[in-house]
Design a protein around this ligand. Structure first.
Ligand code: NAD
Length: 343
């Protein structure tokens, strides 16, 4: 059993904890919080031992009825691998602790590539993560881009990608962020950081990205145009999507043309937290002519990286040599089948 600790039990951390617990070959030995709040009570309800970053706050947790198992350092010492899901840039400050203890660690997309020296996507570079000490799971948008670009590249060859990211303003539970009534160019300059981030996983891809933030919390939407090296055809692209365990196809028959309807569908299907682990590619948007491919894909920012973290654990711990098998194991344990299997 691989012993996993989740440092930072927030939007991503709580989902990774539940995904880890569902696997037969790993377990959660603890999760960490900085203050007693609703998520800390969820950790208690799930039975995850609760550790705290600042042990001087122990009394505040206990006063709230939350038993404290110890400090984050103690948690890290008891683990084989840490999933660091603290907020962006906070993760970097934890590296000296992981190095001191000599424990493996996974960071999230809010950290720079250089922190881990290796950026991960299960479908693209699983085997290069085997046995590694430090890994960074790329951001939600980069994960969504890498999955589909890699598939198109393998089949048709990618000459250039142009992608426009329409990003959610904040996560549903985040009350401090906006925008409330604006479309914010983020950044105004081109390219946005997403293109260079794709190169941290797929260095040979030519890509330009642009991004803006809109007042929604549900999902991101990508408008993607790929110039291919070989002539591309619609049926071939749909076949690739259908054969990939984390590429979803939203069929015309579902009548879905928005992130709102998509999330409602996920909720009605009984997905945990209405999570969509897969890219949600709109079948009707797929346009293929000669060497041009265009489509829309929706990305659930809170969910797509969760399954990638589970595979990263397996690779780093040398528990599975084959990436496709790890992906299949992770998906099966979560009882997850891509959305086209539901309509
Ligand atoms: P979050 O704010 O929801 O959760 C972070 C958690 O870490 C909180 O519970 C907070 O209490 C805790 N924390 C803060 N400082 C800490 C410390 N010093 N020690 C231990 N715990 C601490 O953040 P999130 O959205 O889950 O993001 C985590 C990481 O995942 C970031 O790198 C982010 O960029 C990345 N990410 C986020 C999303 C998303 O949409 N939310 C998607 C993909 C990747």
């Amino acid at each position: 059993m691989i012993k996993v600790a989740i440092n930072g039990y927030g939007t991503i951390g709580k989902r990774v904890a539940d995904a880890v617990v569902a696997q037969k070959d790993m377990k959660v030995i603890g999760v960490s919080k900085t203050r007693p709040n609703a998520e800390a009570f969820v950790a208690k309800q799930r039975g995850y031992p609760l550790y705290i970053a600042d042990i001087s706050k122990k009394a505040a947790f206990e006063k709230a009825g939350l038993e404290v198992a110890g400090s984050v350092e103690e948690m890290c010492r008891a683990a084989d691998v840490i999933v660091d899901a603290t907020p962006g840039d906070v993760g970097a400050t934890n590296k000296p602790l992981y190095e001191k203890i000599g424990v493996k660690a996974i960071w999230q997309g809010g950290e720079e590539h250089e922190l881990a020296g290796f950026s991960f996507n299960s479908s693209c570079n699983y085997k290069d993560a085997i046995g590694r000490k430090f890994v960074r799971v790329v951001s939600c948008n980069t994960t969504g881009l890498c999955r589909i670009i890699n598939e198109i590249d393998r089949e048709f060859g990618v000459a250039h990608v142009h992608a426009v990211m329409v990003r959610r303003g904040s996560d549903p539970g985040e009350i401090k962020k906006g925008p409330i009534d604006a479309i914010v160019l983020d950044p105004v300059s081109v390219p946005s950081h997403h293109g260079p981030d794709v190169l941290s996983v797929l260095p040979h891809i030519s890509i330009t990205t642009m991004a803006m933030i809109v007042p929604t919390t549900m999902m991101h939407m990508h408008a993607i145009r790929i110039t291919t090296k070989k002539a591309v055809n619609r049926d071939g692209v749909i076949g690739l999507i259908n054969n990939h365990p984390r590429l979803g196809l939203i069929k015309k028959t579902a009548g879905i043309r928005s992130t709102a309807e998509l999330k409602e569908f996920a909720m009605d299907l009984g997905r945990p937290r209405s999570d969509l682990y897969e890219n949600c590619i709109f079948e009707d948007s797929i346009y293929a002519k000669e060497n041009e491919l265009c489509f829309f894909q929706a990305i659930h920012q809170e969910a797509d990286v969760v399954v990638e973290n589970v595979d990263a654990i397996r690779a780093m711990m040398n528990a599975e040599k084959d990436g496709d098998r790890s992906i299949a194991t992770t998906n099966a344990a979560l009882n997850f089948k891509t959305i086209q299997n539901n309509h």
